[in-house]
Design a protein around this ligand. Structure first.
Ligand code: DX5
Ligand code: ZN
Length: 246
Protein backbone atom coordinates (compact mmCIF):
# COMPACT_ATOMS: atom_id res chain seq x y z
CA UNK A 1 0.00 0.00 0.00
CA UNK A 2 1.15 3.60 -0.54
CA UNK A 3 2.75 5.46 2.40
CA UNK A 4 0.82 7.54 4.92
CA UNK A 5 0.75 11.21 3.99
CA UNK A 6 -0.43 13.89 6.39
CA UNK A 7 -1.53 17.06 4.62
CA UNK A 8 -2.72 19.82 6.96
CA UNK A 9 -5.14 22.26 5.31
CA UNK A 10 -4.00 25.84 5.72
CA UNK A 11 -7.64 26.94 5.41
CA UNK A 12 -7.67 26.86 9.20
CA UNK A 13 -4.32 28.65 9.63
CA UNK A 14 -3.91 32.34 10.46
CA UNK A 15 -4.26 34.03 7.04
CA UNK A 16 -2.33 37.00 8.39
CA UNK A 17 0.75 34.87 8.95
CA UNK A 18 0.53 32.16 6.32
CA UNK A 19 4.23 31.89 5.48
CA UNK A 20 5.18 31.08 9.06
CA UNK A 21 2.19 28.73 9.39
CA UNK A 22 3.41 26.77 6.37
CA UNK A 23 7.03 26.41 7.46
CA UNK A 24 6.05 25.56 11.05
CA UNK A 25 3.60 22.91 9.89
CA UNK A 26 6.29 21.14 7.89
CA UNK A 27 8.67 21.43 10.87
CA UNK A 28 5.90 19.88 12.99
CA UNK A 29 6.05 16.73 10.88
CA UNK A 30 3.55 17.31 8.09
CA UNK A 31 4.35 15.77 4.70
CA UNK A 32 2.40 18.09 2.41
CA UNK A 33 0.46 21.32 2.67
CA UNK A 34 -3.13 21.15 1.48
CA UNK A 35 -4.04 24.49 -0.07
CA UNK A 36 -7.77 25.08 -0.60
CA UNK A 37 -8.50 27.31 -3.58
CA UNK A 38 -12.14 28.52 -3.70
CA UNK A 39 -13.62 30.82 -6.32
CA UNK A 40 -17.04 31.71 -4.91
CA UNK A 41 -18.70 29.88 -7.83
CA UNK A 42 -17.97 26.20 -7.48
CA UNK A 43 -18.30 26.60 -3.71
CA UNK A 44 -19.97 29.37 -1.69
CA UNK A 45 -16.70 30.76 -0.31
CA UNK A 46 -13.48 32.39 -1.51
CA UNK A 47 -9.90 31.95 -0.40
CA UNK A 48 -6.83 32.85 -2.42
CA UNK A 49 -5.24 32.39 -5.81
CA UNK A 50 -1.91 31.75 -7.49
CA UNK A 51 -0.13 34.93 -6.24
CA UNK A 52 -0.54 33.73 -2.65
CA UNK A 53 0.69 30.24 -3.53
CA UNK A 54 3.74 31.74 -5.20
CA UNK A 55 4.55 33.85 -2.11
CA UNK A 56 4.23 30.77 0.12
CA UNK A 57 6.53 28.63 -2.03
CA UNK A 58 9.85 29.98 -0.63
CA UNK A 59 8.67 29.13 2.90
CA UNK A 60 8.64 25.39 2.15
CA UNK A 61 11.30 23.36 0.35
CA UNK A 62 10.02 21.78 -2.83
CA UNK A 63 9.68 17.99 -2.81
CA UNK A 64 12.75 16.13 -4.00
CA UNK A 65 10.66 13.25 -5.35
CA UNK A 66 7.15 13.11 -6.80
CA UNK A 67 4.65 13.28 -3.93
CA UNK A 68 7.53 13.75 -1.48
CA UNK A 69 7.76 15.96 1.60
CA UNK A 70 6.93 19.59 0.90
CA UNK A 71 4.37 18.90 -1.84
CA UNK A 72 1.97 21.79 -2.40
CA UNK A 73 -1.34 19.98 -2.73
CA UNK A 74 -3.69 22.51 -4.33
CA UNK A 75 -7.35 21.55 -4.01
CA UNK A 76 -9.03 23.51 -6.78
CA UNK A 77 -12.64 24.14 -5.77
CA UNK A 78 -13.18 26.24 -8.85
CA UNK A 79 -15.65 26.24 -11.74
CA UNK A 80 -13.00 26.49 -14.47
CA UNK A 81 -10.16 24.15 -13.58
CA UNK A 82 -8.47 24.32 -16.96
CA UNK A 83 -8.17 28.09 -16.90
CA UNK A 84 -5.77 28.18 -13.94
CA UNK A 85 -3.42 25.28 -14.67
CA UNK A 86 -0.59 27.35 -16.14
CA UNK A 87 -0.69 30.01 -13.43
CA UNK A 88 -0.62 27.43 -10.66
CA UNK A 89 2.23 25.54 -12.32
CA UNK A 90 4.20 28.79 -12.43
CA UNK A 91 3.28 29.61 -8.83
CA UNK A 92 4.87 26.40 -7.53
CA UNK A 93 1.93 24.03 -7.18
CA UNK A 94 3.10 20.40 -7.29
CA UNK A 95 -0.21 18.53 -7.29
CA UNK A 96 -3.22 20.14 -8.98
CA UNK A 97 -6.44 18.47 -7.86
CA UNK A 98 -9.54 19.52 -9.78
CA UNK A 99 -13.15 18.48 -9.26
CA UNK A 100 -14.67 15.98 -11.66
CA UNK A 101 -17.97 17.89 -11.38
CA UNK A 102 -16.32 21.10 -12.63
CA UNK A 103 -14.49 19.42 -15.50
CA UNK A 104 -17.63 17.83 -16.94
CA UNK A 105 -19.86 20.83 -16.34
CA UNK A 106 -20.81 23.15 -19.17
CA UNK A 107 -22.13 25.83 -16.81
CA UNK A 108 -18.81 27.66 -16.74
CA UNK A 109 -19.11 28.35 -20.45
CA UNK A 110 -22.46 30.06 -20.01
CA UNK A 111 -21.51 31.88 -16.82
CA UNK A 112 -21.69 35.62 -17.57
CA UNK A 113 -18.99 36.31 -14.99
CA UNK A 114 -16.61 33.92 -16.69
CA UNK A 115 -14.05 35.25 -19.12
CA UNK A 116 -13.16 31.86 -20.54
CA UNK A 117 -15.51 29.54 -22.36
CA UNK A 118 -12.95 26.78 -22.54
CA UNK A 119 -14.16 23.64 -20.86
CA UNK A 120 -12.61 20.25 -21.07
CA UNK A 121 -13.05 16.64 -20.08
CA UNK A 122 -11.22 14.98 -17.20
CA UNK A 123 -8.81 13.03 -19.41
CA UNK A 124 -7.77 16.08 -21.40
CA UNK A 125 -7.38 18.10 -18.25
CA UNK A 126 -5.14 15.48 -16.64
CA UNK A 127 -2.96 15.43 -19.77
CA UNK A 128 -2.72 19.21 -19.68
CA UNK A 129 -1.77 19.28 -15.98
CA UNK A 130 0.93 16.69 -16.63
CA UNK A 131 2.18 18.62 -19.65
CA UNK A 132 2.63 21.64 -17.38
CA UNK A 133 4.88 19.58 -15.12
CA UNK A 134 2.50 19.01 -12.21
CA UNK A 135 0.99 15.88 -10.76
CA UNK A 136 -2.76 15.60 -11.26
CA UNK A 137 -5.48 14.77 -8.77
CA UNK A 138 -9.20 14.33 -9.33
CA UNK A 139 -11.76 15.01 -6.61
CA UNK A 140 -15.40 14.08 -6.13
CA UNK A 141 -17.99 15.75 -3.91
CA UNK A 142 -20.13 13.69 -1.52
CA UNK A 143 -23.03 13.39 -3.99
CA UNK A 144 -20.87 12.06 -6.85
CA UNK A 145 -20.55 8.31 -7.35
CA UNK A 146 -17.09 6.78 -7.22
CA UNK A 147 -17.66 4.89 -10.49
CA UNK A 148 -17.24 8.11 -12.50
CA UNK A 149 -13.50 7.87 -11.73
CA UNK A 150 -12.97 4.53 -13.47
CA UNK A 151 -12.71 6.09 -16.90
CA UNK A 152 -9.51 7.96 -16.04
CA UNK A 153 -8.12 5.42 -13.58
CA UNK A 154 -8.44 2.63 -16.15
CA UNK A 155 -7.07 4.65 -19.06
CA UNK A 156 -4.37 2.88 -21.04
CA UNK A 157 -2.74 6.25 -21.73
CA UNK A 158 -0.36 6.99 -18.87
CA UNK A 159 -0.66 10.79 -19.21
CA UNK A 160 -4.43 10.53 -18.64
CA UNK A 161 -4.22 8.62 -15.37
CA UNK A 162 -4.43 10.74 -12.22
CA UNK A 163 -1.72 10.54 -9.55
CA UNK A 164 -4.28 10.84 -6.76
CA UNK A 165 -7.99 10.66 -6.10
CA UNK A 166 -9.65 12.88 -3.48
CA UNK A 167 -12.82 11.60 -1.85
CA UNK A 168 -14.51 14.55 -0.12
CA UNK A 169 -15.79 13.68 3.34
CA UNK A 170 -17.69 16.98 3.73
CA UNK A 171 -19.51 19.21 1.25
CA UNK A 172 -16.67 21.47 0.12
CA UNK A 173 -16.53 25.14 1.04
CA UNK A 174 -15.73 25.40 4.72
CA UNK A 175 -13.48 23.97 7.40
CA UNK A 176 -14.74 22.57 10.67
CA UNK A 177 -17.64 20.46 9.35
CA UNK A 178 -18.60 16.94 10.49
CA UNK A 179 -17.03 13.88 8.84
CA UNK A 180 -19.39 12.03 6.49
CA UNK A 181 -18.83 8.41 7.35
CA UNK A 182 -21.08 7.39 4.45
CA UNK A 183 -18.18 8.18 2.09
CA UNK A 184 -16.07 5.29 3.42
CA UNK A 185 -17.53 2.68 1.03
CA UNK A 186 -16.18 4.81 -1.86
CA UNK A 187 -12.71 4.69 -0.34
CA UNK A 188 -12.95 0.94 0.27
CA UNK A 189 -14.14 0.32 -3.30
CA UNK A 190 -11.18 2.25 -4.71
CA UNK A 191 -8.65 0.64 -2.38
CA UNK A 192 -9.82 -2.87 -3.30
CA UNK A 193 -9.68 -2.05 -7.01
CA UNK A 194 -6.44 0.02 -6.98
CA UNK A 195 -4.07 -1.21 -4.22
CA UNK A 196 -1.34 1.32 -5.11
CA UNK A 197 -3.53 4.40 -5.64
CA UNK A 198 -3.00 7.54 -3.57
CA UNK A 199 -6.43 8.08 -1.98
CA UNK A 200 -6.95 11.36 -0.15
CA UNK A 201 -9.78 12.15 2.24
CA UNK A 202 -10.69 15.71 3.16
CA UNK A 203 -13.14 17.08 5.68
CA UNK A 204 -13.90 16.40 9.33
CA UNK A 205 -10.77 14.36 9.92
CA UNK A 206 -9.17 14.30 13.34
CA UNK A 207 -8.24 11.87 16.05
CA UNK A 208 -11.85 10.71 16.47
CA UNK A 209 -12.49 9.94 12.80
CA UNK A 210 -9.09 8.97 11.40
CA UNK A 211 -9.50 5.30 12.34
CA UNK A 212 -12.49 4.90 10.04
CA UNK A 213 -10.75 6.56 7.09
CA UNK A 214 -7.59 4.51 7.60
CA UNK A 215 -9.55 1.27 7.87
CA UNK A 216 -11.33 2.00 4.59
CA UNK A 217 -7.94 2.45 2.90
CA UNK A 218 -7.23 6.17 2.68
CA UNK A 219 -3.51 7.03 2.80
CA UNK A 220 -3.51 10.82 2.31
CA UNK A 221 -5.12 12.62 5.20
CA UNK A 222 -6.17 16.26 5.09
CA UNK A 223 -6.91 17.94 8.41
CA UNK A 224 -7.56 21.64 8.90
CA UNK A 225 -9.25 22.53 12.16
CA UNK A 226 -7.93 19.40 13.92
CA UNK A 227 -4.32 20.50 13.31
CA UNK A 228 -4.50 24.30 13.41
CA UNK A 229 -7.01 24.37 16.24
CA UNK A 230 -4.82 22.21 18.48
CA UNK A 231 -2.48 23.58 21.14
CA UNK A 232 0.18 21.15 19.88
CA UNK A 233 -0.27 20.65 16.13
CA UNK A 234 2.78 18.37 15.97
CA UNK A 235 1.20 15.92 18.38
CA UNK A 236 -1.96 15.71 16.27
CA UNK A 237 0.05 15.21 13.07
CA UNK A 238 1.90 12.33 14.77
CA UNK A 239 -1.34 10.76 16.02
CA UNK A 240 -2.92 10.91 12.56
CA UNK A 241 0.17 9.32 11.02
CA UNK A 242 0.23 6.45 13.54
CA UNK A 243 -3.45 5.74 12.88
CA UNK A 244 -2.80 5.35 9.14
CA UNK A 245 0.40 3.36 9.56
CA UNK A 246 -1.08 0.58 11.74
C1 DX5 B 1 -13.26 22.05 2.70
C2 DX5 B 1 -11.80 21.95 2.39
C3 DX5 B 1 -11.02 21.24 3.42
C4 DX5 B 1 -11.05 21.89 4.79
C5 DX5 B 1 -11.07 20.79 5.78
O1 DX5 B 1 -13.93 22.50 1.57
O2 DX5 B 1 -11.60 21.26 1.18
O3 DX5 B 1 -9.68 21.04 2.99
O4 DX5 B 1 -9.96 22.71 5.05
O5 DX5 B 1 -11.23 21.34 7.06
P1 DX5 B 1 -11.49 20.43 8.34
O6 DX5 B 1 -10.33 19.50 8.45
O7 DX5 B 1 -11.56 21.43 9.42
O8 DX5 B 1 -12.78 19.69 8.11
ZN1 ZN C 1 -9.54 20.65 0.66
Amino acid sequence: PPPAVIAPSILSADFGALGAACSETIENGADWLHIDIMDGHFVPNMTFGAPVVSKLRPHVQRPKTALGKGTFDCHMMIAEPKKWVTEFANAGCDLYTFHHEAAISSTAASDPVSTSSEQTNPKELIRFIHAKGMLAGIAIKPDTEVEVLYEVLDSAVKEEVPDMVLIMTVHPGFGGQSFLEGMMPKVKTLRDRYPELYIEVDGGLGEKTIGRAAKAGANVIVAGSAVFGAPEPGRVIGALRRAVEV
